[in-house]
Design a protein around this ligand. Structure first.
Ligand SMILES: [Zn+2]
Ligand SMILES: [Zn+2]
Length: 318
């Protein structure tokens, strides 16, 4: 039996037990009372054997329903299809291999498509650098820029299949794909993320009005997966966007910083003070949003801020 099957059975039995209708243990001893509660009054007492059988059938049907509910819940969080291509059904062996503790595994084809071809990147901005370039102080694109964050950890570049996946993960219902991308980011950059000494994971927030219109924020989903993988607290509530601003992508680069000036505020200073914060977003374009969030976190006395994103937009695409 797969782990999913085991979990379904367990969750189904648990739901059943919570409903107080189990046929074992305490529930079994209460069978008479349950029968009286479920059957039309008087029927059970007059025809006890057939009444028990009816209750038993009813119990079985309830147990089956509980299993369906449990199965649907597991399917939602751990779909048995690849969230990347929505076509490949993962076989039982794949599910066992990945295990339930790992969120939303991708099929091998999607995994290969999303992983970057080359790993040489600038630690400050995440842009690709040549293998023989000295990028110890940043690359030519970022060396003269001052950032409030210390470094960027990313999965790949915002192009081709990864770009399409990032766009789809933002759409309603994109949570499984966002979680799968986060899982891949963790698998590909586990060493860098662990070495960063993270104390707290914080997603780049949306303004409350934007949340009303679009409740799904893929940065939050990615941040939750990374926090769980790093085994550190997820703090989705401490950084807030307090000013509604035009979408950054609609503005030319020079106006982006002014657009976000004083747009973010830390709500609980005590959570951040002296901590190394992992700031999480799905995409890093010019770095302005991450920088403004980091500035707010640093003003709240965070020791340092490390940025983690699924994809960095290449310079020629900004
Ligand atoms: Zn796939
Ligand atoms: Zn750089």
């Amino acid at each position: 039996m797969s782990l999913v099957g085991l979990a379904e059975g367990w969750l189904g039995d648990w739901l059943f037990a919570v409903m107080g209708l189990g046929a074992t243990g305490e529930a079994k001893r209460k069978e008479g009372a349950v029968a009286r509660a479920l059957a039309p009054s008087g029927v059970v007492r007059e025809t006890a054997p057939s009444g028990r059988r009816r209750v038993s059938d009813f119990s079985e049907r309830l147990r089956a329903s509980a299993r369906v509910i449990a199965s649907s819940a597991i399917e939602f969080f751990y779909p048995a299809f690849c969230p990347g291509c929505c076509q490949t059904l993962l076989d039982e062996a794949s599910l066992n291999e990945f295990g339930l503790s790992l969120a939303c595994p991708l099929c091998e084809a999607c995994e290969q498509a999303f992983l970057p071809a080359r790993d040489d990147m600038c630690f400050r901005c995440g842009l690709p650098v040549g293998p023989y370039v000295d990028a110890s102080r940043g690359c030519t694109a970022c060396r003269r820029r001052s950032f409030s964050f210390q470094r960027v950890i990313r999965l790949g570049l915002y192009r081709d299949e990864l770009r399409a996946a990032c766009i789809r993960s933002k759409e309603p219902g994109g949570e499984p794909l966002a979680a799968a991308l986060a899982r891949l980011l963790w698998c590909a950059r586990q060493e860098a993320l662990q070495d960063a000494g993270i104390d707290l994971v914080v997603p780049v927030p949306h303004h409350w009005l934007k949340r009303l219109i679009r409740p799904h924020n893929s940065a939050e989903t990615i941040a939750r997966v990374l926090a769980r993988s790093l085994k550190v607290p997820y703090a989705g509530h401490i950084l807030a966007k307090v000013r509604l601003t035009p979408d950054q992508s609609s503005l030319p680069s020079p106006r982006r910083r002014r657009n976000l000036a004083k747009a973010f505020r830390v709500r609980r200073l005590s959570w951040v003070a002296g901590k190394t914060v992992l700031l999480v977003d799905d995409i890093l374009t010019t770095g302005t949003t991450a920088n403004e969030c980091s500035r707010a976190l640093r003003r709240a006395r965070a020791k340092r801020v490390v940025v983690a994103v699924v994809a960095v937009v290449p310079k020629d695409a900004v």
